[in-house]
Design a protein around this ligand. Structure first.
Ligand code: FAD
Length: 394
């Protein structure tokens, strides 16, 4: 592979910012251009449903303008890439301006899933800092917020609403929020935690429509001044699709299909972060929507775009959340049928959960017990005797 002269990165999120940093660290001396649809410089999204939403923290970008200037990055913010002209080796901006590339990184992330429900326009979503600040104002004004979906973001927003002194109703279609990810025991622990803080968690509920007065469900009207859609995200693949790149089927997680080097079906084009459905050499093909993955895949894409063939996607997925007293880190990749073994004290919010398949650890989560995640990471993939698993505090 020849050394690229001109690299274009599409998407102004964390994967993009980390690719910029790693490209310059790895001595890419050529032209480096970043095109981002949001007007803001890249920033971290986890605080948008936590500290920023609660009002405990003000908004910050990941790096300021001077940082990009020092790295000689040509920034096009508030501008979307409208098309990839693969034959010409150019991206076409919304303004019709064309930017040539030798390597192109698609780091276009994901957008909130909007279900096809009558009255859905009365609901809001949470993805950008503007969404978070607008929702913070609504939560600050009090009243009831209804969360359509009891995933991580839905539960975090419920916790933030309570922190503002408001009322939160979580509407979950399944038996328990996150039951398929966490298993019934920990899912019911989470329900108890939220109910203990006054969150009205309703499970087995189907949302039928949304209106200005709240949400109509299979179990009647839930009155709410604010309705938040929290039913997952959809990868932003439109550009890649139009350019004829391979896209994963929705049942495979969707996203742009890339190999273990994050290379798409066009060898000049790479994808990283939430939009990438990548071959993890330890876990298999998967799409991961987590902060740590956006950072590391941004860095990996930088290495592989510069021709480092031994750089591969080989780390385990990792994520974290904070809700009331529940503060955790999770590492690995479990499946719904895995056995869950819990060690420690659920009532004290200090425990470790292990996911096992045929006695092999597929994932582990430390809750309220810190500095153990690296040890848990080493256990993933190992065959264990469940009787010997502990909460690692001895
Ligand atoms: P994004 O951050 O989505 O950035 C992609 C950017 O590309 C966007 O700015 C988009 O506007 C832009 N773009 C899209 N199309 C185009 C185009 N055609 N032209 C130009 N620009 C384009 N993860 C955790 O591990 N822990 C958490 O606690 C956690 N909390 C979260 C809370 C919230 C509210 C959200 C929304 C996410 C959270 N995440 C969390 C997930 C994490 O933030 C994402 O995995 C991460 O932001 C993905 O980064 P990315 O760079 O791939 O994509």
């Amino acid at each position: 592979m020849t050394t690229p002269e001109q690299i274009v990165i599409v998407g102004g999120g964390l994967a993009a910012a980390n690719a910029v940093e790693a490209l310059r660290e790895r001595s890419h001396a050529g032209r480096l251009t970043l095109v981002g649809r949001e007007r803001r410089l890249p920033y971290e999204r986890p605080p948008l449903s936590k500290e920023l939403l609660k009002g405990d923290q003000e908004f910050e970008v990941a790096h300021d303008e001077a940082w990009y200037a020092e790295r000689d990055v040509e920034l096009h913010l508030g501008e979307a890439v409208a098309a990839i002209d693969a034959d010409a080796g150019e991206v076409v901006l919304g303004s019709d301006r064309r930017l040539p590339f030798d390597r192109l990184l698609l780091a276009t992330g994901a957008r909130p899933r909007v279900p096809d429900l009558p009255g859905v326009e009365h609901a809001v979503t949470l993805r950008t800092v503007e969404d978070s600040l607008a929702l913070r104002d609504r939560l600050g004004a009090g009243g009831t917020v209804a969360l359509v979906g009891g995933g991580w973001i839905g539960l975090e927003v419920a916790a933030a609403a309570v922190a503002h002194g408001g009322r939160a109703v979580v509407l979950e279609r399944d038996e328990a929020p996150l039951g398929r990810v966490l298993g019934p025991r920990i899912a019911s622990y989470l329900v108890d935690l939220h109910r203990g803080h006054g969150v009205d968690v309703r499970t087995g509920v189907t949302v039928e429509s949304i209106g200005p007065d709240g949400v109509r469900t299979s179990a009647g009207l839930v009155e709410a001044g604010t309705v938040v859609l929290a039913v997952g995200a959809v990868p932003e693949t439109a550009l890649a699709e139009a350019a004829g790149l391979a896209i994963a089927a929705p049942e495979q997680g969707g996203g742009i299909v890339v190999d273990e080097h994050l290379r798409t079906s066009d060898p000049r084009v790479f994808a990283a972060g939430d939009v990438a459905n990548a071959l993890n050499v330890r876990v298999g093909q998967l799409r991961v929507e987590h902060w740590d993955n956006a950072i590391r895949q941004g860095q990996l894409a930088a290495a592989t775009m510069l021709g480092e063939e031994d750089a591969v996607y080989d780390w385990l997925p990792y994520f974290f959340t904070d809700q009331f007293e529940f503060s955790m880190e999770y590492v690995g990749h479990s499946a719904p049928g895995d056995e869950v073994v819990v060690r420690g004290d659920l009532a004290a919010h200090e425990f470790i959960a292990y996911w096992l398949r045929d006695r092999v650890v597929t994932a582990a989560m430390n809750v309220g017990i810190w500095d153990v995640n690296d040890r848990l990471r080493e256990l993933v993939g190992q065959r264990v005797d469940p009787g010997e698993l502990t909460d690692l505090r001895q």
